[in-house]
Design a protein around this ligand. Structure first.
Ligand code: ADP
Length: 464
């Protein structure tokens, strides 16, 4: 087998190290990431060092020993800093420069002062192995943090390169190879081979790390957008339902309240008609007929309003309570956050589902949470706790706040339509929530919690 011509091999590896990082840098330059520039500079530095090493027989010693060995360690150190930038813990460049200069100063002592080829060789091998090992270790950190497959490849190949470099030390100590980079023994051949492969894997891996990150970010922003759209849709639905229900509640109440006086008018008119008939006075008969017809008509209209309000278009489905609470928490998040309210949720670990219309269920939560946030105004620290548990066939959900609670005189009326203690209040939120809970085969009640504050308890039948 023809032995490897080392100067040519070094030259080829050097050219690879010079060209590939530049190509990667050009592809990623729009990212404006310092790590990209550092990675590229590291590659250039290492590439130059390989070319200088290959020129040992022709170029001046200062270049092919001193500068070459300095660049050999500076290259991976610059790449170390590139990965540290990726990990958001960059090292000042001056430190790296000092580290590489200390390294080359010691090398200079072995080379120029002591003229000890073995020590010089061992020192440079160990220095380069340590720098590549560090690089591998950081790539592993990136892999662990981002689950990046590309970083994993970088880790594996740089670690292998570090191991092969370090193996040169026992090999020289045991007299198995010459203490020079220019002998074509099996280890040096393996090293050149590893160097070439690592250059390819390292650069493609670095590019891959960026692409993976861009994909992750795109996925994340798509998820956030989808969540926002979902939250807006739900909040629109709730607001619409709120308005419809409020109008419905008012109309229902009006229908109920008006039916009594209307019946009275009807009865009074009837009695007057009877009295006039007894007096044999028929002059007002036409008016009584009109009066009766119109009262009847008004009664019919009220009846139709009642029927219309009672007709429901509820869409029942299996609803995980944790999901409704997550959705409503997302909707209420801004309000709770702006008002510095701490919302805690305690759910059963195995989950709990009910048979419900998710939008209407969210409407209950929104009403109750809004009330609770308003009630805690003025408290030093504002807290809401949602607890969910199962008791037999019923799911229990309590929402406790640390507001002032309900005064005794309010306790008997709270939850009936139009009862409000707020100047701007309509007093329909709780009564709507109660009727939704009843429509779902459950109940809703409000009272005071033993720890102070109000507690709303919602019970709904469980679905397995
Ligand atoms: P509104 O919020 O328009 O007043 P609601 O039906 O939602 O209508 O609430 C009715 C009343 O119940 C409120 O005005 C308030 O007096 C009382 N209330 C509701 N929730 C709470 C709470 N968490 N703490 C104290 N009082 C409450």
């Amino acid at each position: 087998m023809t032995p490897l011509h080392l100067p040519t091999a070094y030259f080829i590896a050097g050219i690879l190290y010079l060209t590939m990082p530049v190509a990667v840098w050009l592809m990623l330059r729009k990212q404006h990431a310092p790590s990209n520039t550092l990675w590229c500079l590291g590659g250039l530095s290492f590439g130059l060092s390989l070319i200088f090493l290959g020129m040992r027989d022709t170029w001046p010693e200062a270049l092919t020993y001193g500068v070459a060995i300095w660049l050999l360690v500076l290259g991976p150190l610059l790449r170390v800093n590139a990965l540290r930038h990726e990990l958001q813990k960059p090292i000042p460049l001056t430190w790296l420069l000092i580290l590489s200069l200390v390294f080359i100063a010691v090398y200079g002592v072995f080379h120029g002062v002591l003229n000890n080829a073995s020590m010089r060789f061992i020192w440079s091998s160990l220095g380069a192995a340590a720098a590549f090992g560090w690089l591998a270790f950081l790539a592993r950190e990136v892999y662990r943090r981002d689950q990046s497959i590309s970083a994993r490849w970088i880790f594996m190949f740089y670690l292998a390169l570090a191991v092969v470099l370090a193996l040169r030390v026992p090999s020289v100590l045991l007299g198995l190879s010459e203490p020079t980079a220019m002998t074509s023994d099996p280890l040096s051949t393996l090293l050149i081979f590893m160097g070439v492969v690592t250059s390819i894997v390292g650069n493609i891996g670095f590019l891959g790390m960026f692409i993976e990150r861009m994909n992750r970010e795109a996925l994340e922003s798509a998820k956030v957008q989808a969540r926002q759209e979902e939250a807006t849709r739900l909040s629109d639905q709730i607001a619409q339902l709120d308005r419809r229900r409020s109008v419905g509640e008012i109309a229902a109440s009006l229908a109920h309240e008006l039916s009594q006086p209307l019946t009275n008018i009807y009865l009074i008119a009837d009695r007057m008609e009877l009295t006039l008939q007894q007096r044999q006075d028929e002059s007002l008969n036409k008016y009584f007929a009109d009066l009766n017809r119109n009262t009847q008509k008004a009664g019919d209209i009220l009846g139709r309003i009642r029927t219309f309000i009672q007709s429901k278009n509820t869409l029942f489905e299996r609803v995980e309570l944790s999901q409704v609470i997550t959705d409503v928490s997302a909707l209420i998040h801004d309000l709770a956050y702006n008002e510095s309210v701490d919302l805690q949720v305690s759910l059963p670990p195995q989950g709990l589902a009910v048979w419900a219309d998710p939008v209407q269920l969210s409407q209950i939560f929104m009403n109750v949470l809004r009330n609770a946030i308003q009630a805690t105004q003025g408290q030093a620290s504002r807290r809401l706790l949602i607890r969910v548990w199962r008791e037999g066939e019923m799911a229990h959900i309590t929402l406790t706040d640390n507001g002032p609670g309900l005064p005794a005189e309010a306790l008997s009326q709270v939850g009936t339509a139009f009862f409000t203690t707020k100047t701007e209040g309509l007093g329909v939120g709780l009564s709507i929530s109660k009727s939704i809970a009843q429509q779902h085969g459950g109940s809703l009640s409000i009272g005071n919690s033993p720890s102070g504050g109000a507690v709303v308890e919602l019970q709904l039948p469980v679905v397995d």
